[in-house]
Design a protein. Structure first.
Length: 430
């Protein structure tokens, strides 16, 4: 590590890299290569046998990507990370790394629509069951757990419901039962470090705030190094029994000399090797550029979001505003416990005119972009019921927080007066 700092402003600029050893270049080079020269037959054999770590093939690792992995791992307080081709790949790998046919996971109902579909349908076809539970009562996770439960899964700041997840409470239940909590921290980088609250694994869609400019698709999984996989060997056979895909390696034993990284090493050398969903080196380079300004951008995102939420809460055509900073009771307590420095950049608004009002509002926005993404520097808007969550049944939409009149706003870093002016003119047309 080039820095041991815990301050995100320093970490995003200095962690994992100082200069290129060959050229002394200060900017991280793009290693646009498929393969890497081995020093000798012995060196090659040692790399493949995991006797030493190094570059083999860009499908498995790459020096550009490695810098991104180190920076995000340090930013989250983890021990190692693995960059992947998309956030969806990160969600899938995070679970599939420890679950197989016949196993199950327990997931919060408060999810992005794409993740719901992944868990409810695609992973079901692989024989992995997802049990969705309401996170308003953390004990629902305990009640849904059995001997074949391999993990809990949730979003820190759920998109689009925006009720902050009770990380510490569910993580505590999981650790009592030997079940790790996997947190999707996409919407709350820097604002929250789920590992500090007891989570075992963190993932991001780097496509969103980490990238910040809407140029690249990517994902990343961070291993907290804080879960004892050996202690719960019966629950995690994929980490504690010989792996036939890697000469019978027992991952909790094989990588002990390298540190508590059995989970992430297995993901790299089996799932990534076999399924092949690596992040492209050029995308990793772009995410590094985005990461360097994330702390600055996030401050403006959060500040603007507060202004927008307050404006919408007073508008006569808005029935309800969904924003952590305006919530009350237990929802507000959870938000304040988990989020530090802001309530995020997502704002939801339920319009009084229902579906027709939601569609008309979106159609009349001029500065906001109508796109399926979130987390760009520019402001974005969408009507989830007819787009991102349209494959869900009406009941599933309701569980995730989507109603006919709900519009989701990802507030950018433009001047807040201009953001509000665009919202105002669009609402006037509804």
């Amino acid at each position: 590590m080039a820095t041991n700092s815990r301050n995100p402003e320093t970490v995003v600029l200095h962690a994992g890299y100082r200069s290129d050893p060959a050229t002394t270049a200060v900017a991280v080079p793009i290693y646009q290569t498929t393969s890497f020269q081995f020093n000798s037959p012995e060196h090659a054999a040692n790399l493949f046998a995991l006797k030493e770590l190094g570059n083999i093939y860009t499908r498995i690792m790459n020096p550009t990507t490695a810098v991104l992995e180190e920076r995000v791992a340090q930013l989250e307080g983890g021990v190692a990370a693995l960059a992947l081709a998309s956030g969806q790949a990160a969600s899938m790998f995070a679970v599939q790394n420890i679950a197989q046919a016949g196993d199950n996971l327990v997931s919060s109902t408060d999810l992005y629509g794409g993740t719901w579909n992944l868990f409810a349908n695609t992973m079901k076809q692989m024989g992995i069951e997802c049990r969705f539970v309401d996170p308003s009562d953390p004990e629902n996770f305990r009640r849904a757990t059995d001997a074949r439960t391999r993990c809990y899964y949730a979003e820190t700041l759920p998109n689009p419901k925006l009720n902050v997840f009770p990380i510490a409470e569910v993580a505590k239940i999981g650790r009592e039962l030997g079940v790790p909590l996997i947190m999707d921290n996409t919407a709350a980088p820097i604002l929250c470090r789920p590992l500090d609250h007891g989570a075992a694994i963190v993932m991001h869609s780097t496509t969103k705030w980490i990238g910040g400019h809407g140029t690249s698709i990517g994902g990343i999984v961070v291993d907290g190094g804080n879960f004892d996989w050996e202690k719960h060997a019966a629950r995690f056979p994929l980490l504690n029994q010989p792996d036939p895909s890697y000469h019978g390696a027992v991952w909790t034993q094989a990588v002990k000399p390298l540190g508590p990284i059995a989970y992430i090493i297995k993901m790299r050398v089996t799932l990534l090797r076999d399924i092949g969903a690596p992040m492209a080196p050029f995308n990793a380079f772009l995410f590094i550029q985005g990461l360097e300004t994330l702390p600055l951008r996030l401050r403006q995102h959060c500040s603007n979001a507060v202004r927008v939420a307050e404006y919408l809460s007073k508008h006569p055509k808005v029935a309800r505003v969904i924003f952590p900073g305006l919530m009350t009771g237990e929802a507000k307590r959870r938000a304040d416990a988990a989020l530090k420095g802001g309530y995020g950049a997502l704002v939801g608004a339920e319009l009084k005119g229902g579906r027709d009002a939601g569609r008309a509002f979106i159609a009349n926005l001029k500065m906001f972009y109508h796109v399926a993404n979130i987390g760009d520097a520019r402001s974005l808007a969408i009507h989830p019921a007819t787009t991102t969550h349209s494959q869900l049944t009406p009941d599933e939409q309701k569980q995730t927080g989507v109603t006919d009149g709900y519009v989701r706003l990802s507030i950018g870093i433009e001047h807040p007066d201009d953001i509000i002016a665009d919202l105002d003119q669009a609402l006037a047309s509804v």
